[in-house]
Design a protein around this ligand. Structure first.
Ligand SMILES: C[S@@+](CC[C@H](N)C(=O)[O-])C[C@H]1O[C@@H](n2cnc3c(N)ncnc32)[C@H](O)[C@@H]1O
Length: 656
């Protein structure tokens, strides 16, 4: 297990905590409202540019648009210690002092942070971007409860896999995507700070060149090889691929604490390179009496990190987010390259590993992801960790840890969730795109990062279903076609709803494309009205029956029933003609949160019932102190597919 030089280990993460109970509400509603007006665009300083990588369609990034963020949720542990004032002295006005979790495209999130006073504030950045692997990453979803809570003739259900994000790019688009994010990250980094970029062999050589170009070759600090010997990679015709690469670049002189690891009884039987290391080893006899050499004791970790992959059977840390990294890996990065109280940023946070480790190690954190499932997973994970830290308050250590191993005190006991633009769909965007392609008969082309594939002789473009087709979307398609001068196929634009201005735009566009000039004509398929293709995206929302009542000075909440037609439908698909049977509705519910004084805007988490193990169920009954005056109580249920149901009830003031 890695340790920092000071003898303080960079944490073996403790066991997952019990459900958080009745933490208190965090402060300001939309605090950002009181902040000074924001610029519309923010400037980005040029890349170092030597050496320089070239790709088709390379565009410099000198300015980035500002988008406002909407405050969605707030969580604070009950009885939390006040944040250390010195850590937060330069925190931009308008943000609560605590972790910040952003749901949105990270280009927009990073632009938002730059315009909101975070320029030059990050002490450490870690990113683990998609690898351009051509894969659809999935989160494995199953129902809660002991085996048999839900079954088809004795078989326990799994809801299968939920596509979290699609990792398909043309090489050039991928490089532009990464270039822009790296440029923005550089702006956000403090004068003395470090950035770690996680890559795999498919793209690491290009990403290192990009890092050189953006940060300058002289900022290169390390190439770390993460060797995860225990993940089987097909090795029939070649050597097994068992490592990722993590590049470290730094600005100025950031902190660095050596990482120590306990190496126990690694038997050295090296045939090569033997002499130079022989003197460092201890010889002992094995069970047959032969002399073998062992490398024991505490060692300073070098740039090859031997850390196990997360194991499928690990019920504690493994959150079934396919690309989830082990906390031990992040502990080495955060523990070595930042100090307690420092600000750590991860804008591809996935299941929340970086935020979790920063929280455990007493660092402040900001995280972002485009995927709703990632935001929900991270939020749930951080609620548990903060609640656990709250429970450990006063003992100076976390459950399951020796006193000498106690990590630094938490830098915050709260976090807030924000949304930059609307990536929150009734059903998962990628799943919806896949479904649409299937129903329309789109032939997928996984190497094209812009068009989803072909529909007959046309290129197919699916406009995100979160908004109707607008002229802005059409302009984007136009720009893409301009970058492909040889492309002469017509384009089928698929959308859920079409703005009137977009119809006029398409008419104008097609008017100019007649006869021999008839290249790239547009046809719009509106799934909301299309008699042939529409209809399949109709979504029947999940429903809950919840009793909420005032009893003297408490509020009693009782969830009586919950139904998710989407979950039932999935089970039905699996079961064929058999009828799915769910004995306890709680099998469908992942977690429950309560806000006893909901303002209709920000959901302030006061009770968070996040069962520890997958076999545990939510309590479904809660009794909490009631505000004296009239109040609106809100109960949020999140199901196993991530769909949220919000139930609210207005309660009169206590009489007498
Ligand atoms: C390799 S995973 C990160 C896994 C993470 N390190 C963990 O331990 O769970 C990459 C993440 O980047 C997110 N992502 C991809 N494109 C994004 C974008 N444009 N903005 C924000 N997040 C993005 C994906 O949703 C995914 O969760």
């Amino acid at each position: 297990m890695p340790k920092t030089k000071a003898g303080k280990r960079a944490s073996k993460p403790p066991k997952k905590p019990r459900a958080a109970s009745a933490p208190k509400v965090v402060g300001a509603a939309n605090a950002a409202e009181s902040a000074p007006p924001k610029p519309v665009e923010v400037a980005v300083t040029p890349a170092k540019g030597r050496p320089m990588l070239h790709w088709v369609g390379k565009r410099p990034l000198s300015r980035v648009r500002f988008f406002p963020a909407q405050h969605m949720e707030a969580f604070e542990a009950r009885g939390a210690a006040p944040a250390r004032a010195e850590d937060w002295a330069e925190w931009p006005a308008g943000y609560p002092k605590g972790g910040l979790l952003f749901h949105g495209d990270n280009k927009e999130v990073l632009g938002h942070l730059l315009a909101s006073g975070f320029r030059g504030k990050m002490n450490l950045v870690y990113i683990d971007p998609p690898f351009d692997s051509g894969a659809d990453y999935v989160r494995k979803v199953s129902l809660r409860g002991p085996k048999g809570t839900a079954k088809i003739e004795g078989e326990t259900y799994s809801l299968g896999e939920q596509i979290q994000y699609t990792d398909i790019w043309a090489n050039d688009n991928y490089l532009q995507f990464m270039y822009e994010r790296l440029m923005l990250l550089k702006e956000l980094m403090a004068t003395d700070s470090a950035i770690y970029l996680h890559a795999d062999p498919s793209k690491n050589y290009l990403l290192r060149s990009l890092m050189d170009e953006v940060f300058g070759q002289d900022c290169f600090t390390n190439e770390i090889v993460w060797w995860y010997w225990n993940k089987f990679q097909g090795n029939v015709n070649h050597f097994a691929m068992n490592h990722d690469t993590i590049f470290c670049y730094r600005k100025g002189l950031p902190p660095f604490h050596k990482v120590l690891e306990e190496r126990e009884a690694i038997v050295r039987q090296l045939k090569r390179a033997w002499d130079p290391i022989k003197g460092m080893l201890v010889n002992v006899r094995d069970e047959k009496g032969n002399i073998v050499y062992q490398d024991r004791g505490e060692k300073t970790v070098d740039d090859v990190w031997r850390i196990s992959m997360l194991q499928p059977a690990d019920e504690t840390e493994n959150l079934r987010y396919q690309t989830q990294k082990p906390e031990e890996l992040l502990s080495s990065i955060v523990g070595s390259s930042s100090n307690p109280g420092d600000l750590v940023l991860d804008c591809f946070v996935g299941s929340g590993t970086t935020a979790a480790v920063a929280q455990r190690l007493g660092r402040r954190w900001i995280a972002a992801d485009i995927n709703k499932g990632a935001i929900q997973t991270t939020s749930k994970r951080l609620q548990s960790i903060i609640a656990e830290q709250g429970e450990a308050k006063g003992t100076g250590k976390l459950p399951g840890m020796e006193a000498k191993d106690a990590p630094p005190a938490p830098a915050q006991a709260s976090f807030t969730v924000w949304r930059v633009n609307d990536y929150d769909l009734a059903i998962q965007h990628n799943e919806a795109v896949n479904l649409a392609c299937e129903k329309l008969g789109v032939e997928r082309k996984k190497t094209d990062a812009f068009f989803e594939g072909t529909l007959g002789k046309s290129l197919a473009k699916i406009v995100p279903f979160g908004h109707p087709l607008t002229p802005v979307d059409l302009e984007e398609i136009k720009r893409e076609l301009e970058a492909r001068p040889e492309e002469d196929r017509p384009v089928g634009v698929v959308a859920l709803g079409v703005e009137i201005a977009a119809r006029a735009w398409v008419e104008d566009w097609n008017r100019l494309r007649k006869g021999i000039d008839a290249v790239n004509r547009f046809t719009v398929i509106d799934l909301r009205t299309d008699p042939k293709h529409g209809g399949f995206l109709r979504h029947e929302p999940a429903r809950a029956k919840v009793k909420i009542a005032r009893r003297k000075d408490t509020i009693v909440i009782e969830i009586e029933d919950f139904v998710s037609p989407t979950i039932i439908e999935r089970l039905r698909e699996q079961a064929g003609i058999l009828k799915p049977k769910i004995d306890d509705w709680r099998a469908m519910v992942d977690y429950v949160m309560v806000d006893p004084a909901y303002d209709g805007n920000v959901f302030k988490v006061s009770v968070s019932d996040v069962p520890e193990r997958r076999t545990d169920l939510v309590a479904a009954k809660y009794e909490i102190p009631a505000p004296k005056g009239e109040t609106t109580v809100a109960v949020k249920l999140v199901d196993m597919l991530g769909e949220e149901v919000l139930i609210t009830k207005h309660l009169e003031a206590l009489r007498g």
